[in-house]
Design a protein around this ligand. Structure first.
Ligand code: E4P
Length: 217
């Protein structure tokens, strides 16, 4: 399972990269705005900084919603760095653009996916990644993890290459449950990754080992 961090915060990206288990980064316009990164030029520069920190895939989202605009923006983004994955919304024009990018060998992440039907369309169009937003489904009392399981079943039925990128992951249990279901990737906050480290018996055990070591010295 690949681990992506879902943030535009450079310090957190560095911290996750230093842990040695990071496979990539996802961003979106809201995450950029949260870091005070606004305006096309600043956003482009920020993508370059992220690519300099990490070795894996970096999703960069288009703003256009028409086919020609998505293609123009996506081609510009893809030229920035070979780690860039063009993030395209699950809309009709987006599906057309994903097919176009796929034919050109440009990698894509189909975002804002909330149903199996949408995931099927993204795979048919040749998306590299599909991003079902599990946390946002949970927010409206719908089972986000069940969507991951259903997409897994459909993709396995037909051997689609599209990777299931569980997005809108909010906490560590989401990460573990996505791993059990067989999501190819998860993207979440740094806390959802670092939460995997924690167990009280580890802390108690280590304290005892260190105390016993000191007794003999
Ligand atoms: C995915 O690529 C999105 O950036 C993200 O996971 C959305 O998460 P949120 O629902 O916590 O905003």
């Amino acid at each position: 399972m690949k681990f992506f961090i879902d943030t535009a915060n450079l310090d957190q990206i560095k911290e996750a990269q230093d842990l040695g288990v990071l496979d990539g980064v996802t961003t979106n316009p809201s995450l950029m705005a949260k870091e005070g990164i606004t305006g096309k030029d600043n956003i482009i520069e920020h993508y370059k900084k992220i690519c300099d920190i990490v070795t894996g895939d970096v999703s960069a989202e288009v703003i256009s919603t028409d086919f020609e605009g998505i293609v123009k923006e996506g081609e510009e983004l893809a030229k920035l760095h070979d780690q860039i994955i063009v993030k395209v919304p699950m809309i009709k024009e987006g599906v057309k653009a994903i097919k176009y990018f796929s034919d050109k060998g440009i990698k894509t992440n189909c975002t804002l996916v909330f149903s199996v039907g949408q995931a099927l369309l993204a795979a048919k169009a040749g998306a590299t990644y599909v991003s079902p937003f599990i946390g946002r489904l949970d927010d409206i009392s719908t089972d986000g993890l069940n969507l991951i399981a259903e997409i897994r079943m459909v993709y396995d039925n037909y051997n689609f290459d599209t990777q299931i990128l569980a997005a809108s992951v909010r906490h560590t249990m989401h990460v573990i449950d996505c791993a059990k279901i067989g999501a190819d990737v998860m993207t979440g906050p740094l806390s959802s990754i670092e939460g995997l480290l924690k167990h009280p018996l580890t802390d108690i055990g280590l304290a005892k080992f260190l105390a016993d070591y000191k007794k003999g010295n």
